[in-house]
Design a protein around this ligand. Structure first.
Ligand code: ATP
Ligand code: MG
Length: 475
C-alpha cells in the first residue's frame, strides 16, 4: 500500500477537534468516503463529512460536540449505530467501524463491530473506500487498500470485493454505480457492469424513494445520457422506466422510417442540461416524448404519425409519478404541462402570427421561457442547415413573443372586465351569459380584434350583450 499523506485535505478546523476527541477516548478515527473522494477529485463542494471510529461512533460524536463552543445537538440513530452533528457549515456523520452480513430479502445487513479494514470492505466502490487517518502518528495518511487512487485516475467505478455479491447484497449499489459514472464521467468496470445486468431484478427490493433519489442525481449530472445509457445497457431502465425503453427502435414500412425516440430523448436531455439546472425542466425533457410509443401509427399517405402524443404523454406523467411514489404536486403538474405543450412552439414556428403567439403565451403563462428552452433542446437534427434554420425560427418566435407581450400583456392574463361588473351593467344575476361574454372578450383580445385594455373591452362587452338580448342599465 502506498503511503501518501494529504494533510491539506484536513485543513478544516473540525478535523483537529475530532482527532483530539479520538485521542481522549483512546480510539482511532478516519475520514472516509465522499469527502476524501471529492477532495482528491478537486470537486470542492463536499459539505458532508463521514467519520469512521474504530470504537463507538456515537461517543466520538458526543465528545466532539462537547469541544465545540456552540455545543451542537448530536442526533443519534441507535439502530444504525450512527450519529450526526452540524458544525460550521458542515454535516458530520459518525459511525463505528463494522462488518456486515446480508440476507436474501433485505438490504439491511446484520452488523458487528470491526476494524477499519472491515469497514472499508463494506463500502460500495474503491473510490468510496478511501480513508484519511486522524490519528496522531500518521495524521493525514491515506489508507487505500483496493487501489482507489488508481481508479480515480483511470476514472473507473469498481467494487472492493466480488461485484456479484456486492450488488446482490445491496442492489441500491447498482444505481449508485450508474449515478457516480454519470456525475463523475467515469466508466463502470466490465465485471461490475456484468454483475449489474445479472442482478438487475433485485432492484425490486429497493424502495421507490431511494430509486427516485438516484434518478434525480443522474438527471442533475452534467451529461445525464451517460447514466440513462448505462441504465438502459444493464436492463435496469426497462424495470424502472419502461415508458422510456418503449421508445427505442426504428420501424420501417414502405421505405419510410421514423427516428429512434429513445436515443433522441437522451440527446434532448443532454442539450437541456447545458441550459438549465432545473431538475423538473430536465424531467420534462426526459418525458416529453413518452406518449409516442402508444400513439405510433403508420399511414401510407403521410407516413409515421404520433397524433395526440403530447396529451397521452401528459397523462402518462401522472401514472409514472404515482408508480414511483413521487409527490403528485405542483412539480408534477408542471412536467405534465410542458409535455402537453411540447409541440406548440414548433407548430407555431412555421407561421408566426401575433394571435398564435398571444395564445401560446396565454396558455403557457409563467412557463413560457421553460417551454422555449425545452423546444430548443428538442432540436437534434444532424443536418447543419436545418439545425440553424430551426434555431433561427425559434429566435424569431422569441422576438415576436417579446414584442407581443410588451404590447398586450397576456402572460398572466387578468380579464379587463370582471364578472361582477358585467352583472352590474346589465343588472343580471349569475348566469351562463356572463361566462359567454367574458370568454368572448378574452377571445377578442387573443385574436387581436381589440387591445387588452379596459375601454375597448367595455365597448366590446356592450356589443356582445346586445347580441345576447341584454340591455345595459347604465353605460
Ligand atoms: P454523495 O454524498 O456525493 O452522494 P457519498 O460517497 O458521500 O456521495 P453517501 O451516500 O453520502 O455517498 O455515503 C457516504 C459513504 O458511505 C460512501 O462514500 C460509501 O463509502 C458509503 N456508502 C453509502 N451507501 C453505501 C451502500 N449502499 N453500500 C456501501 N457503501 C455505501
Ligand atoms: Mg455524502
Amino acid at each position: 500500500m502506498t503511503k501518501n499523506t494529504y494533510k491539506e485535505a484536513l485543513a478544516h478546523p473540525i478535523f483537529e477537534l475530532i482527532a483530539t476527541s479520538s485521542k481522549e477516548l483512546g480510539i482511532e478515527s478516519y475520514v472516509i468516503g465522499g469527502y476524501v473522494r471529492d477532495f482528491l477529485l478537486n470537486r470542492g463542494k463536499g459539505m458532508d463529512i463521514d467519520i469512521v471510529a474504530v470504537g463507538s461512533g456515537i461517543e466520538l460524536a458526543q465528545k466532539t460536540a462537547s469541544l465545540l463552543s456552540h455545543k451542537p445537538k448530536v442526533q443519534i440513530f441507535k439502530t444504525y449505530g450512527t450519529a450526526m452533528l452540524r458544525a460550521y457549515d458542515r454535516e458530520i456523520e459518525f459511525v463505528g467501524a463494522r462488518r456486515e452480513s446480508y440476507s436474501e430479502e433485505s438490504r439491511n445487513p446484520e452488523v458487528a463491530s470491526g476494524t477499519l479494514q472491515d469497514d472499508q470492505n463494506r463500502r460500495d466502490f474503491t473510490i468510496n473506500a478511501l480513508a484519511l487517518s486522524l490519528n496522531q502518528d500518521d495524521y493525514g495518511q491515506l489508507l487505500d487498500p483496493f487501489g482507489g487512487i488508481e481508479d480515480l485516475k483511470r476514472k473507473i467505478i469498481r467494487t472492493p470485493l466480488n461485484p456479484d455479491i456486492t450488488y446482490s447484497d445491496d442492489p441500491l449499489r447498482m444505481l449508485r454505480a450508474v449515478r457516480f459514472a454519470s456525475q463523475l464521467n467515469f466508466k463502470i468496470e466490465r465485471e461490475s457492469l456484468q454483475a449489474i445486468s445479472k442482478n438487475r431484478d433485485r432492484i425490486k427490493i429497493i424502495s421507490k424513494e431511494r430509486i427516485v433519489d438516484e434518478l434525480h442525481k443522474i438527471l442533475r449530472s452534467p451529461k445525464p445520457s451517460i447514466g440513462f445509457g448505462l441504465l438502459h445497457q444493464t436492463g435496469l431502465l426497462k424495470i424502472i422506466l419502461p415508458e422510456l425503453t418503449a421508445l427505442e427502435g426504428i420501424d420501417e414500412i414502405e421505405g419510410q422510417r421514423h427516428k429512434d425516440n429513445f436515443w433522441h430523448t437522451l440527446e434532448v436531455v443532454d442539450n437541456i442540461a447545458e441550459n438549465t439546472d432545473d431538475l423538473w425542466l430536465r424531467w420534462a425533457a426526459l418525458l416529453h416524448d413518452i406518449g409516442k410509443a402508444p400513439t405510433k401509427k403508420f399511414d401510407s399517405k403521410v407516413g409515421w404519425t404520433f397524433h395526440g402524443h403530447e396529451f397521452v404523454g401528459s397523462k402518462m406523467v401522472y401514472k409514472l409519478f404515482k408508480r414511483l411514489r413521487m409527490p403528485l404536486n405542483e412539480k408534477m403538474k408542471y412536467v405534465q404541462k410542458l409535455v402537453l405543450m411540447s409541440s406548440r412552439p414548433i407548430v407555431l414556428a412555421q407561421e408566426v402570427t401575433d394571435s398564435a403567439v398571444r395564445r401560446l403565451i396565454f396558455d403557457a403563462g409563467d412557463h413560457i421561457e421553460d417551454l422555449m428552452t425545452l423546444c430548443e433542446a428538442d432540436i437534434t437534427t444532424k443536418n447543419p442547415r436545418r439545425f440553424k434554420k430551426y434555431h433561427n425560427n425559434f429566435k424569431l418566435v422569441r422576438r415576436k413573443m417579446k414584442e407581443v407581450e410588451e404590447r398586450d400583456h397576456v402572460r398572466n392574463f387578468q380579464p379587463p372586465i370582471s364578472g361582477e361588473e358585467i352583472m352590474e351593467i346589465f343588472n343580471i344575476r349569475p348566469s351562463r351569459e356572463i361566462g359567454i361574454i367574458k370568454d368572448a372578450i378574452k377571445e377578442a383580445i387573443l385574436e387581436g380584434e381589440i387591445p387588452n385594455e379596459y375601454e375597448p373591452a367595455r365597448k366590446y362587452m356592450l356589443e356582445k350583450g346586445r347580441e345576447l338580448g341584454l340591455e345595459p342599465v347604465k353605460e
